[in-house]
Ligand binder design. Sequence first.
Ligand code: BGC
Length: 508
Amino acid sequence: MPAVAMSNAGSNGAKEFEGKITIYVVICGVIAATGGLMFGYDIGISGGVTSMDDFLEEFFPVVYERKHKAKEDNYCKYDNQGLQLFTSSLYLAALVSSFVASKLCTKHGRRLTMQAASVFFLVGVVLNAAARNIAMLIIGRILLGVGVGFANQAVPLFLSEIAPVHIRGALNILFQLDVTIGIFVANIVNYFVSNIHPWGWRLALGLAGVPATMLCLGSMVIAETPTSLIEREQLMEGLAVLKKIRGTDNVNAEYEEILHACEMARQVKQPFRNLMKRSSRPQLVIAIAMQVFQQFTGINAIMFYAPVLFQTIGFKNDASLLSAVITGIVNVLSTVVSVVLVDKLGRRFLLLEACGQMLITQVAIGGVLLVNLKSTNELEHGVAIWVVVLVCLYVSSFAWSWGPLGWLIPSETFPLATRTAGYAFAVSSNMLFTFVIAQAFLSMMCHLRAGIFFFFAAWIVVMGLFVIFLLPETKNVPIDEMSERVWKRHWFWKRFMDEEEQHKKESV
Ligand code: BGC
């Protein structure tokens, strides 16, 4: 029996789309999501590599020496701009390239953009694994960044567009699930290669080629999204793909809606300029805010620097990498929770629950470190275990909320006319603030010490209020009906939409 995508139809005039969850749509989703593996592997690997002695000795001898001086300040021993630049140069490149990717996505489709992503990434991997000097390292990182910018632009959009409405959240979160699997695998790789001297770090960086190859090959077999085909006037092919991914010939309602969205999009010649109009303000603000807030949860302070952080609080090399592996498992499993719940409990519920859990755990971690970790002592074993437990509780709440929803919500709220352009702002905001945190965290830790956790906790209060008052629920609303059913009905955002309507009427 076909599953009907329930969209509160009837009561508000929305159409019902017939559509099964076909094996084909799931396979396309799983393959495209491998783009998330590249991103995740990279997040996990850079923290590990930058805490490996062989790597530091070869490229950052100053940090290496400081690390091995017995009495170096606990909170400051890794504070080095060059080292931070290694981690964060990738994000600058991704920031810029997401705008290029947005154009490519519109003109040549989501699939080709994914293929381009994997090729850039592969070249970056080769340079990194073979690096003989800092220039090769940084240029390699920049190419990886271009790959990440392209993939993070194309993959979540692809997933949101192919998904039947009632599982759009779950399918989209496959991307974040792969991000977390990538981080986890990287943590395990870090753990094993740290004992391979002196080239373990080369292996760690080189293995990033595996997910890129998967995406490269995978993207050759998946379908393009019907929306992208129809947008590029390949109507028959678009219709055929729609029938195939929905597992039924009865796709007229959805096809008509995509056609309509494409017509509207065609009238918009300059998507980026259109984004600056008042009527795009709600989606744009939400998309950017979701990503900025995602980064101000402080998650990457943990993700990039987990091994460094655990060493800072007194774990030995292996123990700290092992703790990072534990947080990696928690991250993956908690993302599965989100896949299961996001289309049932809704986006807002998950975000708000997580704000509470993250607030409590951040304050607790800050408190424990404030009391127990001075400049040159080590944490007692029992206290250190508590810190790891708190970090796990913190990571789990991020993983079922701001992690996946930071990508999902911006990918489902824009009308087609501004979708790829608007999403580019979301991706680049993520990259910008990931860069800021990556670049600043080690220095902030050196200056704010345990207070850094209170800094992030304060942000969590702000984002909780933002969700309560300004974030509308998008669960079960068809992607091309957001304007009518979400923005025009929201107590605050509707004024932006009303004025646009008014403007249209006046100009007729
Ligand atoms: C974020 C990353 C973060 C990761 C952790 C992603 O959604 O964009 O910055 O490191 O989640 O799982």
